[in-house]
Design a protein around this ligand. Sequence first.
Ligand code: ATP
Length: 266
Amino acid sequence: MTEDCLGTPESVLSVNILSLARPGGGELLSAIRFEARAGECLAVIGPNGSGKTSLLRAISQELAPLKGEIRLLGRSMSALSRQQRARQVAVLAQNDTPDMRLSLEDYVALGRIPHVRDVPRDVHDAIVASAIKETGLQRLRRRSLSALSGGERQRAALARVLAQTPDLVLLDEPTNHLDPPGRMELLSLVKSKGITVVAVLHDLSLTESFADRVLLLSQGKSAICDTPERVLVSEYLYPVFGLTSFTVPHPDTGKALRIFEVPHHG
Ligand SMILES: Nc1ncnc2c1ncn2[C@@H]1O[C@H](COP(=O)(O)OP(=O)(O)OP(=O)(O)O)[C@@H](O)[C@H]1O
């Protein structure tokens, strides 16, 4: 049975997309309902073209659902001003194209723009410095973005998101360009901040370690939204990805390790 993720009083984000039109005709998304509770990490998984990025764009109001509603802390997202949304929602997008001449420090400081009138300059500076430190970029803070590696730039983008001190973070494939320890580190850092996170992830093992709940998308619709243990099983993965999964005990600890495989036929 497909369980949806609605119905919790402490929800930060509540999504109910009945229909979101595709430019040029047809539907990009439909029948997607879930909530993300305070401090929860919700991973969005699904094959290429299943609508993951479109869902994040709908949440951030870049795309408006034709039918349905998206609420942030109980208020309709479409009723919030651009400024209010920028204070509360931070986005790490796949297609972020910053001015590469900016220093890392100035780039991270862009995250403070929505709050610029609210707090004194020294508070902004302290938040920016702290975000740079937390992402391990202190020694590079004066470098221009053009002189950073792909992984360093991805960390800088995360530092900008943290500097924004949002209630909700939307991450689109945040581990792009990061090496395996860097991926785990980045996701653990986001999680440790206690911010509500909706993250598009392709790596199913990372999804299992990182997510509190997983939304599996198939052809623009929700196939299931539940805990990783319930979603990352062959029953749901095979029809959508053509993958099976099984667990084996870790040779030292005995902890169940999940293995994903493409089954061989014939
Ligand atoms: N502006 C648009 N106009 C028409 N079709 C679009 C538009 N944006 C996305 N699509 C289509 O909608 C579908 C979902 O795209 P989306 O980028 O949301 O998928 P995704 O799950 O994030 O894919 P990927 O894993 O490849 O990044 C795709 O078939 C894509 O071609």
